[in-house]
Design a protein around this ligand. Structure first.
Ligand SMILES: NC(=O)c1ccc[n+]([C@@H]2O[C@H](COP(=O)([O-])OP(=O)(O)OC[C@H]3O[C@@H](n4cnc5c(N)ncnc54)[C@H](O)[C@@H]3O)[C@@H](O)[C@H]2O)c1
Length: 257
């Protein structure tokens, strides 16, 4: 896709990977619509980007009406949606049984599925509906959807049952979603990051961070949010990448703990 004059919706765009991606897209002249629960950080970004090039809409990705409303506003402001990048997510850590051998609350599992998996689908389905309104380009392309999974989709660690299940769901829905939307000229891909230097990771105790980095092969450091943003831009521009999940992880394979 030629990214000139395009409009992108980025969920979780107020922080971490979503924030870096919003910034990289904005620097390339793409209009960015940021959807996030964190209105304060969203507003700070708007001051940085300028209201003619970006807009922030307080949105809960799990809520049907909230997402519908966000896309209506995005269309009102920028007239089209070409790119959708799903970064909103949470990373809970809870073992199936706690130290007293009591079962974890079901609500903790449900919340991760609700935000990470159902939230991504909720946004993708409405994004596809709006992209379908676009006139196809010379390659027949109307839009690109990029979801964010995690290497935990393949090798979830102890305490990651809910997180791994939510991310595994994102990987699993990538191909059927790409197949569903192929005739509309919309590509669907997923990025499975490893250990990335974002507030989500940097909030962990230093000991945990160091242990995680120890498992990375090369380069032996956390991934940078900008590296995630570059991959989003490459996937957007490369019309032949479709229905795929790409690991972005320095060849890490997560051990049990
Ligand atoms: N940082 C990593 O190492 C890493 C690794 C693998 C996967 N991921 C995934 O990448 C994505 C981004 O992670 P990050 O590290 O940038 O995290 P982050 O915590 O910095 O950003 C996540 C953003 O999502 C928003 N959000 C959470 N729930 C929401 C909801 N219901 N509706 C709207 N917005 C909501 C938060 O407000 C926040 O701004 C997540 O899906 C995460 O699981 C991150």
């Amino acid at each position: 896709m030629n990214i000139e004059n395009k409009v992108a919706v980025v969920t979780g765009g107020a922080s971490g990977l979503g924030r870096a991606t919003s910034s990289a897209l904005s620097k390339r002249g793409i209009k960015v619509v940021i959807l996030d629960l964190n209105a304060e950080q969203g507003q700070t970004l708007m001051d940085e980007f300028g209201s003619d090039r970006a807009c922030f809409i307080t949105t809960d990705v799990t809520d049907e009406a909230s997402v519908q409303n966000a896309f209506e506003k995005a269309l009102e402001q920028f007239k089209r949606v070409d790119i959708c990048i799903n970064c909103a997510g949470i990373a809970p850590a809870k073992k199936v049984l706690n130290k007293e051998s009591k079962a974890q609350a079901l609500s903790a599992f449900s919340l991760a599925i609700q935000i990470n998996l159902i939230g991504s689908f909720n946004v993708a389905r409405v994004a596809a509906e709006k992209m379908a309104l676009n006139t196809p380009d010379n390659n027949g392309e109307r839009g690109v959807i990029i979801n964010t999974a995690s290497v935990a989709a393949y090798d979830g660690q102890m305490g990651q049952t809910a997180y791994a299940a939510s991310k595994g769901g994102i990987v699993a829905m990538t191909l059927p979603m790409a197949r569903d939307l192929a005739s509309t000229g919309i590509r669907v891909n997923t990025i499975a990051p490893g250990i990335m230097g974002t507030p989500m990771l940097l909030a962990m105790p230093e000991k945990v961070q160091n242990a995680l980095v120890e498992n990375i092969q090369f380069p032996k450091r956390m991934g940078q949010p900008d590296e995630f943003a570059s991959l989003c831009i490459h996937i957007t521009q490369n019309a032949y990448i479709n229905g795929e999940t790409i690991r972005l992880d320095g060849a890490i394979r997560m051990p049990a703990r």
